[in-house]
Write a protein that binds this ligand. Structure first.
Ligand SMILES: [Zn+2]
Length: 407
């Protein structure tokens, strides 16, 4: 397939009933249909399992907070255009959060921390609200409501480089697992001339940009530089992927931050019993679930690996006589937590196979009189390959192992 034939994720999302945008709900507010919600849930499970293994601690925090919190953090000064307007009730002002950082900082700081707890890696699938201009909105890739695979690593300055490098290595592992391609790395630096966007502290910028360059050199990573692409509080490494229309968007990011720790007076008690300063690594590996699912739809062109496929098996009875038997198989698939469905429509077998192929369902199990009598099954893969006279138990075991391995 040539690149020009690539379908946009919105087109595939509609055909496969993954999500839709409803102007009466609001632009940039995706509605996840059951098929899309399944992909999203599986992706969240995959990442959570991986993070728990890597020593991250998962938390849950509110989607809103007092406006004063964002005044203190600097978001109100530097990021106000990206925020929904404050809500005023009983003389208190609240905002929908545009970032999770201040919540996680308060979580870190709710009691004194010892050097023994560091590095403390706090993770959350944190839901955010950002005011993107309506002209910028695009399917799942640019939205106003999103859930970020976020984490903040609270560490000592001496742990900083290793934590940054581990986060980059985690990105490399995930991209390999998810078979993402065409991505490139961008070192996003601040623009010293832009006093409005960036915190004015030349020494801090010099220190943090030096730390990030050293870590990148040790990783021997190829990257391009982007002046003016940094966060308002610090430099970052971004992973850029082009969408089906050729426009690059940031998917993953790892950031170094000396600014917020100082603002919120973050410290830890060292072995010497004295207080020492904290540094934060902000990182998002699979980006927002919205953006990642959007890119995955485009990169796979809707043909998700089995573990992510909303429907993994379509059971196709050839005649009504085979329906009872098909239902027995369905129960066995369900007992193995495999997402299977029966196509009970009065269409021909060929039409049912064609529709399942169009929906990119990985496996079709065809049940006729012959299969019913012998207790064997015939399987068709979505690429057209046929496997006849398969033992059902053996097929079930192989399918389970493919899904467990997230192969
Ligand atoms: Zn953050």
């Amino acid at each position: 397939m040539d690149d020009n034939d690539l379908k946009d994720h919105r087109e595939i999302g509609q055909a496969q009933e993954l999500f839709f945008i409803d102007p009466e709900i609001g632009l940039g507010l995706p509605m996840w249909l059951p098929n899309g919600a399944t992909i999203r849930r599986e992706l969240e499970r995959y990442m959570t399992d991986l993070e728990l293994k890597e020593g991250y601690k998962h938390v849950i925090t509110p989607h809103i907070a007092k406006l004063d919190l964002y005044k203190k953090s600097g978001h109100w000064e530097h990021y106000r255009d990206g925020m929904f307007a404050p809500m005023n009730r009983d003389n208190e002002e609240y905002v929908l959060r545009p970032m999770n950082c201040p919540h996680h900082i308060h979580l870190f700081n709710h009691r004194p921390r010892s050097y023994r707890e560091l590095p403390l890696r706090i993770a959350e699938f944190g839901t955010l609200y950002r005011w993107e201009n309506s002209g910028e909105l695009s399917g799942l890739i640019r939205v106003r409501n999103m859930t970020l695979n976020d984490a903040h690593i609270f560490c000592s300055p001496s742990q900083l480089k290793d934590e940054f490098k581990s986060a980059v290595k985690l990105i490399e592992k995930v991209y390999k697992d998810l078979k993402l391609k065409n991505f490139w790395y961008r070192l996003s630096l601040h623009d010293p001339k832009d006093k409005e966007k960036y915190v004015n502290n030349p020494k801090m910028w010099e220190e943090s940009e030096r730390a990030i360059r050293e870590a990148l050199d040790e990783l021997e990573l190829d990257y391009k530089e982007g002046v003016g692409d940094a966060a308002f509080y610090g430099p970052k490494l971004d992973v850029q992927i082009p969408n089906a229309l050729g426009k690059d968007e940031t998917v993953s990011t790892v950031q170094i931050d000396f600014y917020l720790p100082e603002k919120f007076n973050l410290n830890y008690l060292g072995e010497d019993g004295k207080k020492h300063p904290i540094v934060i690594v902000h990182r998002g590996i699979i980006s927002t679930l919205e953006r990642m699912v959007g890119f995955m739809i485009e990169q796979y062109q809707g043909a998700f690996p089995t573990w992510l496929s909303p429907v993994q098996v379509k059971i196709i009875p050839i005649t009504d006589r085979n329906l009872e038997y098909a239902k027995k198989l369905l129960e066995q698939f369900k007992d193995s937590k495999i997402r299977a469905e029966i196509d009970e429509r009065g269409e021909t077998m060929q039409a049912k196979i064609r529709d399942a192929q169009n929906m990119k369902i990985p496996y079709m199990v065809i049940i006729g009189d012959k299969e019913q009598e012998s207790g064997m099954i015939s399987v068709r893969k979505r690429d057209g390959e046929s496997l006849n006279n398969l033992d059902f138990k053996k097929f079930l075991d192989e399918l389970n192992s493919e899904i467990d391995k997230r192969a």
